[in-house]
Design a protein around this ligand. Structure first.
Ligand code: LMR
Length: 397
């Protein structure tokens, strides 16, 4: 019966993570998947989350099904991170938010809802982008094409090409945007550039779908959400997928949310209904425990401040590792221009030239990066960063 099934080529990010786990070398370095490691090379347990865990565990709550739209208090907490505390638009009931299975679940549910009501639309993703964007939107039935984003020669954002392309799109085209910490390049738009994108969205009547998995790890929670604020200010409809995997170090709990920003509360109520239907068809309801932890942190002012400072520490550690990597590469290979690394933000750096050497890096040096040339800077620490820089230099020489 199943002889017709073709083999699956594997996912470029998740397959590498498996290979890394099976690698027996003690000095291996994981710069592949987007995981934040602390200075000791461990996935941290945040203190704020630990305290929330103790509080929640004391309650011995029964583990029942959540509603299709998830835990309502968690959704409030997610809105306060994505749209800001005391957001007018949230207060006026115009934001429809549901809890989802991570950021991927939010993208899938949102794509399914859009397919039902915008069946003729097509989706545009940045070139390059997170590998799963194409798969999710094609999986939902949309034709997917790329918009220009990164110039591989200058190793920088090509905003002029991006803006010109977006300005030529037909109405109701879905454009997937990374508000901060672009994955994989770490090359972000500045506020003037985002303002121009918002003008284009408004003029061309485009449909923005924001994927925000790294809020807080670029410049800070508010700055990283500049695009969200600008779209709200312009009174435009849009969707946002958010993920707490990295910023709560709760990857396996799959805590995310999907918000649809609507014209009024009545429209938002219908948006919740459509998202609920898409959830029911895909997985019925999201998981309870991780969301309970996130909710406890976000709705308690003391735990929330602690969490915000812990995310701030993560951001600073990533920045210091980016600088150390830069210095190491300048020392090892001064003939290369590495300045672009310092302009990048968030968990990733991107040097496509290194992607060509990914197998040598892995086999000879135990250094794992993604084939695109994406390096997860958050996997570096004081004891492996110089070794990683030497490995990069050795394959480039
Ligand atoms: C990544 O980009 O490495 C993360 O978002 C993890 C994933 O699911 O790909």
């Amino acid at each position: 019966m199943f002889s017709k099934l073709s083999p699956y080529g594997g996912d470029p990010i998740l397959s590498l993570q498996l290979a890394y786990r099976e690698d027996a070398r003690a000095d291996k370095i994981n710069l592949s998947i987007g995981l934040y490691y602390d200075e000791d090379g461990h996935i941290p347990q945040l203190q704020s989350v630990q305290k929330a865990r103790e509080l929640v565990n004391q309650l011995h709550e029964p583990c029942v099904y959540l509603p299709m739209s998830g835990n309502p208090a968690y959704c409030k907490g997610a809105q306060s991170v994505v749209f800001g505390v005391d957001s007018d638009i949230v207060r006026s009931g115009r934001v429809a938010t549901i809890q989802t299975l991570g950021g991927s679940g939010a993208l899938k549910v949102g794509a399914d809802v859009l397919k039902k009501f915008f069946p003729e639309s097509t989706a545009r993703i940045s070139d390059p982008t997170w590998d799963n964007h194409r798969a999710i939107f094609e999986g939902a039935g949309f034709p997917v094409e790329t918009y220009p984003y990164f110039n591989r020669e200058t190793q920088r954002l090509d905003f002029a090409a991006m803006a010109a392309y977006l300005d030529g799109l037909p109405e109701e085209t879905i454009i997937v945007l990374h508000p901060c910490c672009h994955n994989p390049t770490g090359a972000d738009l500045n506020t003037e550039q985002w303002d121009e994108v918002v003008n284009i969205v408004s003029r061309r009547r485009l449909l923005p779908f924001l994927d925000m998995a790294y809020q807080g790890l670029g410049e800070g929670f508010e700055s990283d959400a500049y695009l969200v604020r600008a779209l709200v200010k312009a009174e435009l409809p849009f969707l946002v997928a958010n993920s707490f995997s990295k910023i709560f170090s709760l990857y396996g709990e799959r805590c995310g949310s999907l918000s649809m920003v609507c014209a009024n509360a009545d429209e938002a109520a219908r948006a919740v209904g459509q998202m609920q239907q898409a959830v029911r068809r895909n997985y019925s309801s999201p998981a309870a425990y991780g969301a309970r932890l996130v909710e406890t942190v976000l709705l308690d002012s003391t735990l929330r401040s602690l969490w915000e400072s812990e995310v701030g520490d993560m951001r600073q550690r990533i920045e210091s590792m980016r600088t150390r990597l830069y210095r190491g590469l300048v020392q090892e290979l001064p003939e290369f221009d590495w300045d672009f690394l310092l302009a990048q933000r968030g968990m990733f750096s991107y040097a496509p030239v290194l992607g060509q050497h990914m197998l040598r890096l892995r086999d000879e040096f135990g250094v794992y990066i993604i084939e695109s040339g994406r390096i997860c800077v958050a996997g570096l620490n004081a004891s492996n960063v110089d070794r990683a820089a030497r490995a990069f230099a050795a394959v480039l020489k």
